[in-house]
Design a protein around this ligand. Structure first.
Ligand code: ADP
Length: 479
């Protein structure tokens, strides 16, 4: 039986080889137990540059392959993931902390993204455009942008790479990746999977280590054509500034501040269920997690009672335990941020209805906070933890204004049974993703991406490959 430790690589993956001889190392700890899982190389500029050079060398031959060949490779990659769902999920849970059911879901999603882009690889079409000249013809072709540098976060260490490896390879690009240092193993596992799938050397390269140095090299290197980043808005802005000097293509999936609105005509049971899913998945550590729950005043007390009753039943524990609903937070900094949010909310008059306390290690109780107001930090900043503030509102116009009063624009949810309101509100909300009567909406077939300071670019769907392609205009004259 394959075991999770079969996928625990502790070396850089560059040009199809595993490179272990880095002088310095980064320790990786299990957030549930604090135990040391192992150490991975702490690479810097030098290794990042070697990886970019490998990707550059691999690019021409890979880009020249017929799309059907690259599609076959991506299907094989999806097969390899699907053949190792359990060990990959266990590896993910050990370094990241999420419950095994969620880790399995994430690894399945990784395979789904790769398979989707295997299919899309064969549907990259150019155009012929009616010409304004009688003796000239106008065509467009799509070409891969070149070497792509991907920087990924710790909250979805497998699927955030799938969303980048899939479209990059489908388009004919080669890629260098730098995962978050909290969760490098799920990223390095992609090296093993690529080897097994027969992806040519140099097409995918993975470098762990110093974020500033590696990011700095990626953003300044002339041979990197594109930066694709998922992470915080602060780091995204910095990478955009750095990438400006060489005018790179960029895709940015940044922070969110998702409203979750419950109108008084909603199915209350469905809204409670949706709020639990949208808030407590991955212990609240996703960029699409509901940050602010707005409930119309006529049903406010009933919602708070039902919601907190359901939240108090959530089981807190290590992700490896079968009954766990909510795992630990990723690190001590995340935990203290959650405590600061709660202290601020309480000082400004909020009421903790359930939870509210840290437990041993990095665990924090699933928490419901009633009587939240716009003056509290929870209204403005991304909580990224298992704390659900519930705000009261009176009218549709008021809640739409409050929901939009943020610099972020990633996900947003609302519950109503009024058809007219579904259209009015979804059109008025300035967000890239809208869930009506659903709390979890991510799928590989739909475009994922934010507006405003949540970033730009789409991942998944038929749009997801566009960011990896350049459109070339060819004019044929002298007919
Ligand atoms: P979080 O605060 O959730 O950890 P970050 O934006 O800091 O989110 O992390 C997302 C990714 O960005 C990680 O891979 C991290 O290592 C990387 N990162 C952090 N700082 C930098 C930097 N200065 N340059 C490049 N990448 C960075």
């Amino acid at each position: 039986m394959p075991d999770w430790s079969d996928f625990r690589k502790e070396a850089l993956y560059i040009d199809g080889a595993w490179i272990e001889n880095s002088a310095d190392h980064v320790e990786v700890h299990d957030p549930a137990t604090g135990e040391l899982i192992g150490v991975v190389p702490k690479a810097g500029r030098q290794e990042a540059e070697t990886a970019v050079e490998a990707a550059k060398r691999a690019f021409p031959a890979f880009a020249a392959l017929p799309a059907a060949e690259r599609a076959k490779m991506l299907h094989r990659l999806a097969d390899e993931i699907e053949a190792a769902l359990e060990p990959l999920a266990e590896l993910l849970t050990r370094e990241q902390g999420k419950p095994m059911t969620e880790a399995l879901g994430e690894v399945r999603m990784s395979a789904a993204y790769i398979r989707w882009f295997a299919e899309e690889a064969r549907r990259v079409y150019g155009e012929t455009i009616p010409s304004p000249w009688p003796n000239r013809r106008i065509m467009t072709t799509k070409e891969p942008v070149g070497v792509v540098a991907a920087i990924t976060p710790w909250n979805f260490p497998s699927s955030m790479l799938a969303r980048k490896i899939g479209p990059a390879l489908a388009a004919g690009c080669t890629l260098v990746a730098k995962p978050a240092s909290q969760t490098p193993y799920s990223a390095l596992a992609w090296g093993i999977l690529c080897e097994r799938a027969g992806i040519p050397s140099g097409v995918v390269n993975i470098v762990t280590g110093d974020a500033g140095e590696i990011g700095g090299l990626f953003t300044s290197h002339r041979d990197v054509a594109k930066i694709t980043f998922t992470g915080s808005t602060a780091v995204g802005k910095m990478l955009l500034r750095q990438a400006a000097d060489t005018v790179k293509r960029c895709s940015m999936e940044l922070g969110g501040n998702a409203p979750f609105i419950v109108f008084d005509d909603a199915d209350l049971g469905a809204a409670v269920e949706g709020a639990i899913a949208a808030k407590f998945r991955n212990a609240g550590q996703t960029c699409v997690c509901s940050n602010r729950i707005y409930v119309q005043s006529a049903i406010y007390d009933r919602f708070v009672a039902q919601f907190s009753e359901a939240v108090s039943r959530l089981k807190l524990g290590p992700g490896t335990a079968a009954q766990t609903d909510v795992g630990p937070l990723i690190d001590a900094r995340a935990l203290s941020k959650v405590e600061e949010f709660l202290a601020d909310a309480e000082a400004k008059g909020a009421r903790i209805v359930c939870g509210g306390n840290r437990q041993q290690g990095l665990f924090f109780q699933p928490t419901v906070v009633a009587e939240a107001t716009e003056q509290m930090n929870v209204a403005r900043d991304e909580i990224f933890g298992p704390v659900a503030p519930v705000f009261r509102f009176e009218s549709e116009a008021e809640v739409v204004e409050a929901a939009n009063a943020t610099e972020y624009g990633l996900a947003c949810y609302f519950y109503t049974r009024d058809l007219g309101r579904s259209f009015r509100v979804s059109e008025a909300l300035k967000f890239g993703l809208i869930g009506i009567n659903e709390g979890i909406i991510t799928t590989e077939v739909a475009p994922f991406g934010g507006v405003k300071q949540s970033g730009f670019g789409k991942e998944g769907s038929r749009y997801g490959i566009e960011d990896y392609l350049d459109t070339k205009y060819v004019c044929l004259g002298g007919l």
